[in-house]
Design a protein. Sequence first.
Length: 364
Amino acid sequence: MRKQWRLQMNFEDFIISPRNFRTENWQIGAGITKEIKEDSIVLLFVSDYRGANGDAEVQDFTGIRNEFYKLSQLDFEIPIVDLGDLVSGKSVQDSHYILQEVLSACHYKRAIPVIVGGSNDFAFSLFSALNFHTKSINYTQISNIISLKQGEMINEHTFLSKIFGAKTFSIKNYHHLGYQKHLNEADSVRLIKEVEFDIIRLAEMMNSTEKTEPFFRKADLVTVNCDAIESFSEPFSMNPQVNGLNRREVCAYMKEIGLSENLKSVGIFNYNIYSENQLNQQLLAQMIWYLIEGINIQRSHPKERHYEVFYVLVDDRQYAFKRDTFSNLWYFGDDENIENCVPCSRKDFDDAKKGWLNARLTKI
């Protein structure tokens, strides 16, 4: 009976369309539509926080929309869609199922879904829906916590182990950025390192995006746990932290996410939807805006690229680095197909010239 109900279900019945906002022509809200378009950016707001010990009642995202809609649309060319607010399912699993249906509809139209709100475990749905359309997924997560707990129920502590453990999931690379040593079990950190996934501490992300930009460049899926962002005046996230990325840093990283050459899906989770603090709403709105700016910049880049090749000797072995003459971004490897080269930073090249080669670059 349950299967039959699901087959007959129309996901649009589970979405509350956003109300209209009065905006001026130069503001981003003036061009926002409400139906999924091909090659668009699709916003969907989620209220189900059961995976982070919250509730699932539909919340009011008006304050966030007010702040977002009045920002400048600059010369953005990519259509922006605001689908509305997702009504939570009777169970957490139902919410995940409904969300995956919406995500799949976006992928069929080559639209980039941006899921805002909900607990961090909805990253599982983003991965699952994308896995149906794309294989060998590059997944980057910004989160202060690495949790690989096992459990039948899906929540913010178990979703990552479910992604890694699913036989039907195809994950090529996983990069975990922003973890904080004092908040994590040593075993979880050790396990991630043992399978040779990249793990980057918060300290390495502060002040500049240069060192960690390579982890976004080829990402198909990026999710941001708002617990990795420092709270101010009032909790910004469901599990607020005094330490984390600051406001300017997180906006810079949102732009880097948008600049990914392969970006197909984005999630911003664990935002404290119960807060009515205008500064919190403003920061979330600007995070979305910088993401959209990055996507627009990436789409405007020329498709044909040219590369300068540099050779360095490390321990009597020759290695090649390439620099994109348009973007000034660096790659490691001498394969003619740039897709087979590893994204890296200028610092990686400079270190190699001094005789030290980042071990990440030579992983097979």
